[in-house]
Design a protein around this ligand. Structure first.
Ligand code: HEC
Ligand code: HEC
Length: 257
């Protein structure tokens, strides 16, 4: 065998049949790895082991509605959810469903490494096994939806430090009013109708209680801009919402258990 061919053969063998510790692996391209393992080994880096992320850059997933989690993972995978953070963080994780179709050479050239996936996934890409499978998505959504919501205590109340107690109380009250009644003159509907009386979500409508306020504000701005997360009822809800109203309702939602 020529040396180059030998190298290719050895690399191919190492990446396809190499020792895989199914309990520790970070390979997203291997559907044999249990979703709980992927959640703990991969997703936890940003979302926390139990989905109670500490950083406001990363949404909390704990206690989120399972159906909603499935939809969002599929939206990342099809690139339907395409705001900057989705592209930067979640497209690579979810893989691109567009790589599951097309010709062999299309896949080789258009999907190399699957948007920054590991070398393992490169080979996965070549053989067309791109993106989390339906079972992986279902298992990951199941795992995070079942984690209890835990609020991190012991941190200083930065919002109160920055805003002052009186201003924060005013903001929370204004946010509560928006959540419960909407804003009639702007035709903004009451949020509880879809997100539930306690904001714990309703059917496939997402939970928003205890979510990081910075993340909520960011999503409302994305819905308002109507790019990144288009074609949802939130388009109408957020069309005329002001920056202050976004902040008020976000602070209120974060404060809920
Ligand atoms: C490198 C950091 C990072 C990793 C690793 C990561 N995520 Fe994310 N995830 C993010 C960010 C950032 C967002 C917010 C994206 C946005 O604003 O559109 C997000 C959003 C999500 C959402 C949407 C949440 C919502 O409320 O709409 C889901 C679901 C999700 N991630 C699941 C996962 C799963 C499952 C894994 C592991 C397989 C994972 N993530 C790994 C950073 C990460
Ligand atoms: C008619 C139903 C409906 C109403 C009313 C509604 N929402 Fe939503 N909301 C949705 C749906 C559906 C989604 C999921 C959109 C998607 O799939 O991307 C959503 C998503 C969201 C998200 C993103 C959650 C996440 O984890 O990324 C936030 C934040 C939000 N809504 C806040 C609000 C607020 C605040 C109000 C009231 C001002 C409100 N919603 C009113 C249906 C509604």
């Amino acid at each position: 065998m020529k040396p180059l061919l030998l190298v290719i053969a050895v690399v191919a063998m190492a990446t396809s049949v190499g020792c895989v510790n199914l309990k520790r692996s970070r390979d997203l391209g291997n559907p044999n790895i249990a979703p709980e393992v992927t959640a703990v080994q991969v997703c936890s880096n940003c979302h926390g082991v139990d989905g109670n992320s500490k950083s406001p850059n990363f949404p909390r997933l704990a206690g989120q509605k399972k159906d909603y989690l499935v939809t969002q993972l599929l939206n990342f995978q099809s690139h339907a959810r395409s705001d900057q953070a989705a592209r930067d963080y979640m497209w690579g994780v979810a893989g691109f469903s567009g790589c599951n179709s097309g010709s062999y050479w299309d896949r080789v050239f258009k999907c190399p490494g699957g948007q920054g996936r590991s070398l393992d996934s490169f080979w996965g890409g070549v053989i067309g096994a791109h993106g989390l499978t339906k079972d992986q998505i279902d298992g990951l959504a199941d795992y995070f939806s079942q984690q209890p919501v835990i609020k991190h205590s012991g941190l200083p109340d930065f919002q109160e430090m920055f805003m002052g107690r009186a201003k924060r109380e005013q903001s929370l009250a204004a946010g509560k009013a928006i959540y419960e009644n909407g804003i009639a003159e702007k035709k903004i509907p009451a949020c509880h109708v879809c997100h539930g009386p306690d904001a714990h979500g309703l059917a496939a409508f997402p939970r928003t209680a205890s979510q990081h306020s910075a993340y909520i504000e960011k999503q409302l701005a994305i819905f308002k801009s109507n790019v990144g997360r288009p074609h949802t009822p939130m388009e109408q809800v957020a069309r005329d919402i002001s920056k202050k109203e976004m902040r008020d309702v976000a602070l209120y939602l974060e404060s809920l258990p």
